[in-house]
Ligand binder design. Sequence first.
Ligand code: ZN
Length: 241
Amino acid sequence: MRIGVVTDIHSNLPALEAALADMGPVDALWCLGDLVGYGPWPNEVIGVLRERRAHCIAGNHDLGSIDAVNTEEFSPDAGLATRWTSAQLSSASRTFLESLTPITEVDGVTLAHGTPCEPVWEYLLGADSAAASFSCFSTRLCLVGHTHIPSLFVEQGDDGIAVGYMEGGRSYECGTLRCIANPGSVGQPRDRDPRAAYLVLDTDGPTLEWRRVPYDIAVVQEEMRRVGLPVFLRERLALGV
Ligand code: ZN
């Protein structure tokens, strides 16, 4: 099976549309959370994912926008965008977000937003948190989001855990090794590459392929300005930070 994996779309409709067009036909679409927050099109992004029958989990921004978690830990800009999102959500969008959990297992793969140990808030960035994470799921492969950094963690037995930043175009065949992979963010990349990031998983192998695709950032910034979302959230899109 060829599966498109997107995460951290953050209400950025043009970035999602560019990623979906670029990936072409897939057997399934998985979304690792943070469908909404930060950006200007929450209902439209949810609509596209529902139309594509994407298998989605909830991220901290999704839960924040439906008042299911305390958003005091959010930065002021993120908190403001979450409150804006909450006010925009249609009842259908809200019901959809309320149906999602932050961790699940699909076709023998674990999907978690943050980490498999703490799927709502924890960031999986280094070998130490990866070591703990490998003990928190039982499948061979786990897919995570949340950091907005495309990355790969491979459990290598006595050799410890290999950690890699995965720029667009790189791929990896996990074989019998256990892997945790992060596609990077569709709608707000933070690795200084502003292009939308996503992953294609071929369940034979399994093989992971990290991809990047440009989209019209100016259109998103203009809509964010029009609806009154914070300046920094607009500017960071062009910088990839
Ligand atoms: Zn996010």
